[in-house]
Ligand binder design. Sequence first.
Ligand code: FAD
Ligand code: NAP
Length: 543
Amino acid sequence: MQAARPSNAVDAVIVGAGFAGLYMLHRLRGLGLSARVFEAGSGVGGTWYWNRYPGARCDVESMQYSYSFSPELQQEWQWSELFASQPEILRYANHVADRFDLRRDIQFGTRVTEMRFDRATHRWDIRTDRGDVVSARYCVMATGCLSTARVPDFPGIERFTGKTYHTGHWPHEGVDFTGRRVGVIGTGSSAIQAIPVIAQQAAHVTVFQRTPNFSIPSRNGPMTEAYAEQWKSEYPARREHARHARTGILNNPNDISAMEVSDEDRQRIYEERWAAGRTNFMAAFNDLIFERQANDTAADFVRGKIRETVRDQSTAELLAPKNHPIGTKRICVDTDYYGTYNRENVTLVDARATPVTEITAHGLRAGDIEHRFDAIVFATGFDAMTGALTKIDIAADGVTLRQKWEAGPRTYLGLMTSGFPNMFMITGPGSPSVLSNKIVSIEQHVDWIAECVAYLRACGLDCIEAKQSAEDAWVQHGNEVADKTLYPLANSLYMGVNIPGKPQVFMPYIGGVGAYRQACDEIAAEGYRGFELSAQTAALAAE
Ligand code: FAD
Ligand code: NAP
């Protein structure tokens, strides 16, 4: 690889300009470092730039799904709904970019394709698809866990004469489905948000469901001034509380077992949680993700609600999940998802009994039937957690990241991976990441990385690398914690099962956001225990 010219040298390259990349740039600038951000999209916002499908909105309340690093920002920004829609969240990301003058260091429409670490100089050489060659001391991968959209390899896609869309790659100009027959493949969080909205417009919607998911009503509504004010007046304490909560969400946890209460009390508690809506449902009892018997009570309750809501009982039965414990896939939050199946213009197809086998010129084939469509929506998800990282050709000492992670990702704290010095990951595999309120986890990682870089500089050091032994111990700990829960029982994106050939390991850390933060803080306080710290002079002397 051609080396970067000195003029193309910066202290840090950040890959990605979603919430992680934006805040990382702000923090590194604050330390006086020069930084350059590369972003494949033409604007900031990451997830909220790409996922413009109808109905897209956050599943964590906006008062919580927002940055906490700037007291002024969190006081001045006004959300219009309890759960903001994608356009509003994208406006927020743009506001942050402008308010903190971030754009001047972001190069849009540029994808990082290759990264090489040079042991002699302790620097990364980074290449992009636009021909840039940049040298950086540190590389921060703010590439996102859900940024590599995936369409299954259905044969015949090129034959289809209608339009195809992926929820994670939605056209910026929007899509008018009026009068159109639409096929939707998938019933994950994206589909569950999109289907009710598409059904209001389209002539007919046919949903192909392979695995039903549990969904809880969001009870979304306008943000009242009183509600926002209550949050804003207590923000410092509430944010601090969230940073130490299990999922990074203040969800009113009930610290008793589901099996400790009478059947009547349990039912009442579930009814209250269902009426209140949102992901708080899973905090109804403290053992729902640990004990199958407890979990079954919550799953039965939701299945009952589905049967109550959906008039056609064979459709209700198909929609009622039975093959995984509730909450072991990210629980969905919806607005009238189950009720949508009562519409005349919505049909549910069991894509497990009759799998989609090919796309045809006029639709798709599932089982023996050819379904005819004007448009097909792929709500088929992402190559989660590792996809964006392994898509880049990253190598150090002749070993690529793809080789190293052949049997599944291995990291120390989800922040670094041994053998790849000075490369940090934000919400990487091995951290709470997709199991948490992502903004809480992003801020924690960004702060940890910024403080780590400041520490290195203060000590006259310029290189940090995870030790193999520390990484092995962290991976083992992560597996042990996961095995105490019901999570590994689900075929979820957390396990990588949605990508053919991807190794099946439980990727995020499920020990809890608070416990994880404490571990990271302790490791830093002990002089970055488990990391090798060094200086370039030492590297040169050793040669
Ligand atoms: P992203 O927002 O994914 O940004 C990563 C950026 O990196 C992208 O813009 C991408 O283009 C860029 N990039 C990747 N590779 C390269 C490369 N090689 N070169 C250049 N650029 C690159 N989380 C929650 O906690 N609550 C929610 O309610 C919630 N809702 C979600 C809804 C949807 C539809 C999806 C898909 C995810 C949702 N998430 C939610 C998770 C969401 O991804 C995170 O909350 C958060 O937005 C991630 O921010 P990020 O900056 O880490 O990554
Ligand atoms: P997903 O949860 O991975 O769902 C993908 C869907 O496509 C699944 O139903 C899957 O079925 C189906 N599918 C894949 N290949 C298929 C095939 N060949 N035939 C039939 N069906 C197929 O993806 P997602 O819905 O985009 O959500 C991903 C993550 O993004 C979520 O877990 C969440 O973290 C986040 N998200 C959050 C929100 C929110 O509420 N704010 C909204 C959207 C996304 P199987 O389950 O059988 O594989």
